[in-house]
Design a protein around this ligand. Structure first.
Ligand code: FUC
Length: 766
């Protein structure tokens, strides 16, 4: 066995998505983003449409949708549940125990919306309205966070480069012709609603105000466009810029909103002015350098295959039936996930929403919000292991901002201490139950978020961070501690009323219901949270009394998993028959992932029931559910089955209708499809691929715990992270690890599992 500190292997081959034609639909366009701004150019030859985004652009406003009388019906709801009258309890929840008003359907709840469109209309000298073009290529380089399109019209080669700059916080598009004076372009801006465009001097502007759901005067935004040209002239029309006979055209788009920033107009001006002052080559270089500081921390090599030379849409079409011919596609998809994380969030701002930061509509599906019963948590799953730890911090800040509202909600509904969030939240801090009991009554949201917050500590061991999140975790534990009730049958302490996310079951009387007490996911979340708060309070030397209380409460919780008559993990406290056995949510395996409650070492009796649970659920569904199943099988260390799920999620689709059942996959641009586009599938799959390569949740770091036969021949990984702040490199041949190195800021003892053997080593100081 070779223990080496520095692996030397070929750097990743160029990681790129590429196509030989312009995008025909938005789901073929290439996503660019710098954590705040986003753009998706379609590469059109005559007309190019570039959808613009700003992650902060939300309609709606802060609201108080708590029903302050709800707690009065709580005893009655609980009594009905305990009497087995869940259907009646559900009626009462729907009447008295949901949010006031229309909830997620209301204008005040708001929506993440598109910022608008930048439209480029080209004219080519010497040809008609529909010019022939050749040598067309369109590409997104993941290594450089740069998109390009190039083609030839009438003997002239045209090239466009696009990036959302990590330098000056603006969008940049550079268009060139290889013969002088061949560029003619009309530049305009628009939005489906609530916008004004005008030109002022040489500047094009679009501005407006969204609906706040009360007096209509919601969030304000401003977009400004300015150009630099070589050769030719620029004219200003009323609402467009007209570039004629130029050889080079650089377009800068600066944009912002007044979200937590009253002086946003100054920022828009400043960003634009400093971008204009900078040489294009320097702007591009700074962008690439800043991006690569994060992106280049990890490289993965799983081998090659002849299909790698195909365009990305063709690679996707070929993969399911012939994965041997494209071993690199899994690496591309994994690194695309990392690329999307870096592009859709930044420290100090917002976490990625249901669509990351890309939306091309006003009515974004599910409001483009933050769903708390798996989706938004899944978005964060790849970041720690993939060495992008700081990208977990925006979520922690979003959660910090929910606590005050969540305390009001805890009092209003449960007359409880601490704070709770249910199933949905927005940038305005919504914590109330959703408007319908069947999905809106889940108690799991806040506790599940605490899992993400804890994860950052588990991977970094950063005590200052732990101090800063401790009040959030403690507040969440206080809620469950004071809201748990004793199930008279078993004597266990459980949540009530709650639901197992979005699923329902048959009662003995033949009716169905969702409302229950102590759904398995809640029990697992409470157990995990109490354990983490106990550990945090010990680590920080605080709150001994509260710790003692939690230590006694934890012994009164239901077990991690109960096994049903037919050998599955039970989804509810009772062995109910579910109305939809293949339901997309698999919440009762929360303990297997993301929690670490179900492992071969700690709960050997729950491994087979977990597998059986997954068998019955099946391998299909919206893409996020396929990604989740991939993660479960990776944790269950069945590499071939995990790989099968990877193939499922990489199935190409063009569907955009709203889907709750089978049929997830990826669009030609590799963004994941529920359908519609929902980014959690990308992030979940990236986490899943990492989980196949490394695991560190069961007391040791394990290399290639769950790789499929296809990857066994050889492979190399550099820069993945393990819990305890370790950075790990390793390589393997014929399914056996041949080299590995574990580094950390200070040398310390750590257990590793190599080729089936657990041993203790000392990590190398970086
Ligand atoms: C959850 C899922 C749906 C969808 C929505 C955004 O509620 O059940 O499939 O992903 O979030």
């Amino acid at each position: 066995m070779l223990l080496i500190s520095q692996l030397s292997f070929a750097q990743n081959r160029a990681l790129r998505l590429w196509y030989d034609k312009p995008a025909q639909m938005w789901e073929e366009t290439l996503p660019l983003g710098n954590g705040r701004l986003g753009m998706t150019p379609d590469g059109g030859v005559v007309k190019e449409k570039i959808v613009l985004n700003d992650i902060t652009l939300w309609s709606g406003s802060p609201q108080d949708a708590n029903n302050y009388n709800a707690y009065k019906v709580l005893p009655q709801i609980r009594k009905l549940i305990m009497e087995g009258k869940n259907d009646e309890a559900q009626e009462l929840v729907n009447k008295e125990f949901v949010c006031t008003g229309p909830g997620s359907g209301g204008a005040q709840y708001g929506k993440f919306q598109t910022l608008g469109e930048l439209q480029l209309q080209f004219q080519y000298p010497g040809v008609g309205d529909k010019p022939q073009f050749e040598n067309y290529s369109r590409e997104l380089s993941l290594n450089n966070a740069l998109a390009t399109s190039s083609f030839r019209v009438n003997g002239v080669n045209y090239r466009r480069e696009y990036f959302t700059s990590f330098g000056n916080d603006v969008d940049v598009i550079r268009i060139t012709a290889d013969k002088p004076g061949q560029l003619n372009c009309r530049i305009s801006l628009s939005r489906p609603e609530r916008f004004t465009t005008k030109t002022e001097g040489a500047e094009l502007q679009m501005y407006g105000q969204l609906d706040n759901g009360t007096d209509g005067k919601g969030m304000q935004y401003l977009t400004k466009v300015k150009t630099q040209i070589k050769g030719g002239t620029q004219e200003t029309q009323q609402d467009a810029l007209l570039v004629k006979n130029a050889t080079e055209l650089i377009i800068y788009v600066s944009a912002g909103t007044d979200f937590k920033n009253p002086s946003y107009k100054e920022k828009v001006n400043k960003d634009l002015a400093s971008a204009l002052k900078k040489e294009y080559s320097l702007q591009k270089q700074q962008h690439i350098t800043n991006f690569q500081k994060l992106f280049n921390r990890v490289s993965v090599n799983l081998g090659e295959g002849e299909n790698e030379k195909l365009t990305t849409d063709k690679r996707l079409a070929a993969f399911y039936g012939n994965p041997e011919a494209d071993k690199g596609l899994a690496v591309l998809f994994y690194q695309f996930g990392r690329y999307l994380s870096i592009s859709s969030t930044r420290v100090g701002l917002l976490p990625p929403n249901l669509q990351g930061l890309w939306a091309n509509q006003i009515n974004t599906p599910w409001n483009g919000d933050y769903h708390l019963d798996v989706n938004i948590q899944m978005n964060q799953w790849p970041v720690e292991v993939s060495n992008l730890s700081e990208l977990n911090l925006p979520l922690a800040e979003l959660v910090r901002g929910m606590v005050k509202n969540g305390e009001r909600t805890a009092k209003a509904y449960y007359n409880a201490d601490g704070w709770i969030a249910h199933v949905i939240t927005n940038v305005w801090g919504f914590t109330e139950p959703g408007e319908s009991a069947s999905w809106g009554a889940s108690n799991a949201g806040s506790g599940w978020l605490c899992n993400n917050l804890w994860d950052h500590y588990a991977f970094t061991n950063d005590k200052e961070y732990l101090k800063s999140i401790y009040p959030i975790l403690k507040g969440s534990a206080q809620f469950y501690n004071s809201a748990l009730v004793k199930d008279p049958k078993s004597g266990w302490l459980v949540t009530a009323p709650s639901v197992s996310p979005e699923n329902s079951f048959y009662l003995p009387n033949g009716k169905s219901a969702s409302i229950s007490m102590g759904p398995t996911i809640d029990n697992q979340i409470v157990r995990e949270l109490f354990g983490n708060v106990i550990l945090a309070s010990k680590t920080l030397g605080r709150d001994e009394d509260f710790r003692n209380l939690l230590e006694s409460k934890i012994t009164q919780l239901p077990p991690v998993g109960q096994v049903s008559k037919d050998g599955r993990i039970m989804e509810w406290l009772e062995d109910y028959k579910e109305t939809e056995p293949q339901h997309r949510h698999i919440s009762h395996l929360y303990g297997l992932y993301p929690a670490t409650l179900i492992t071969p070492n700690s709960t050997p009796g729950l491994i087979e029931p977990s597998k059986k649970t997954l068998e019955v659920r099946g391998d299909d569904g919206p893409s996020w559910t396929i990604a989740y199943k991939l993660l479960f099988w990776a944790r269950l260390q069945d590499g071939n089955r995990a790989f099968k799920l990877l193939k499922e999620i990489l199935k190409p689709t063009l569907r955009t209708d709203i889907n709750y059942g089978a049929g997830g996959g990826v669009y030609p641009n590799m963004l994941s499809a529920g359908p519609p586009f929902q980014i959690d599938g990308n992030f979940g799959a990236a986490a899943g691929i990492a989980e196949m390569l490394i695991q560190s949740h069961d007391g040791y770091i394990e290399f290639i715990p769950s790789i499929p036969d296809l990857w066994k021949a050889s492979g190399e990984v550099k820069g993945l992270k393990a819990r305890g702040n370790f950075t790990v490199d390793f390589s393997w041949k014929d399914g056996r690890v041949i080299t590995y190195s574990v580094t950390s800021p200070n040398a310390k003892k750590v257990k590793v599992k190599v080729n089936g053997q657990v041993k203790e080593i000392v990590s190398k100081k970086i």
